[in-house]
Design a protein around this ligand. Structure first.
Ligand code: HPA
Length: 234
């Protein structure tokens, strides 16, 4: 048990999928895992452990934004020994060739700030995905013929953005999509020698204003979960 995770020692798998939304953790566990067991409900941030093709997996909600994700990932790594951490989440599309429902596999995550900012000070650290996971996720997406983009994303601190010029610079520099968690996930995994990746579904688009209707989200999110699981155990 930690401050924010109620699971007993041994109840968290070495492989952890991290949706932002705790209800999506429940949906993914019910849909993809065999014998899912609720292992955390502290603050309603649901976490489940079960197996996928015989492999132990935990699906733990991370909450929204890097400060929240940082709490769960620190505890998962330090106290529960998580070794492979894959964020499964949604993002806003930032390029014309990126469409709603497409999947983005994030090679790097640019940010204005992360909870690790205090360590780096004047350094512009480049949070980077684990190559073995990235390669396996791209192979899994290709095998499923899921429209997929691989490149940089932007981990923003805000959803309601008062600085549209920042998004403009991201678009100008080829960033594929915006979300709010991956940069800190990558930084923590690199610091502790663990593997991390973010696999994202484009749920809305900053250039076109489109948004995925909630009833259509499930199928796209399902593809993303399968890609994440396949990559984790490749
Ligand atoms: N901005 C930030 N985070 C997001 C977005 C967005 O447009 N869409 C999904 N997560």
């Amino acid at each position: 048990m930690t401050i924010h995770i109620g699971a007993a020692a041994g109840e968290i798998a070495e492989t952890v999928l991290l949706p932002g939304d705790p209800y999506r953790a429940r949906w993914a566990a019910d849909t993809f895992l065999d014998s899912p067991k609720l292992v955390n409900e502290v603050r309603g941030m649901l976490g489940y452990t079960g197996t996928w093709k015989g492999n132990p997996v935990t699906i733990q909600g991370s909450g929204m934004g890097m400060p929240s994700l940082s709490i769960y990932v620190n505890e998962l790594i330090r106290d529960y020994g998580a070794k492979t951490l894959v964020r499964i989440g949604s993002c806003g599309g930032m390029q014309d060739h990126v469409n709603i429902r497409d999947v983005i596999v994030a090679m790097t995550a640019t940010s204005v700030s992360t909870p690790s900012r205090g360590i780096f000070k004047e350094l512009n650290f480049a949070p980077t995905a684990d190559w073995t996971l990235l390669r396996a996720a791209v192979a899994a997406a290709e095998a499923k013929s899921t429209p997929t983009h691989v490149g940089g994303i932007y981990s923003s601190d805000v959803f309601y953005d008062e600085r549209p010029d920042l998004n403009e610079q991201m678009v100008r520099h080829g960033i594929l999509g915006v979300e709010m968690e991956a940069a800190e996930l990558y930084t923590l995994a690199l610091r502790h020698g663990r593997r991390a990746l973010a696999v994202l579904t484009v749920s809305d688009h900053l250039l076109t204003g489109e948004a995925l209707p909630s009833d259509e989200r499930e199928k796209s999110f399902g593809d993303m979960v399968e890609i994440a699981l396949t990559a984790a155990f490749a």
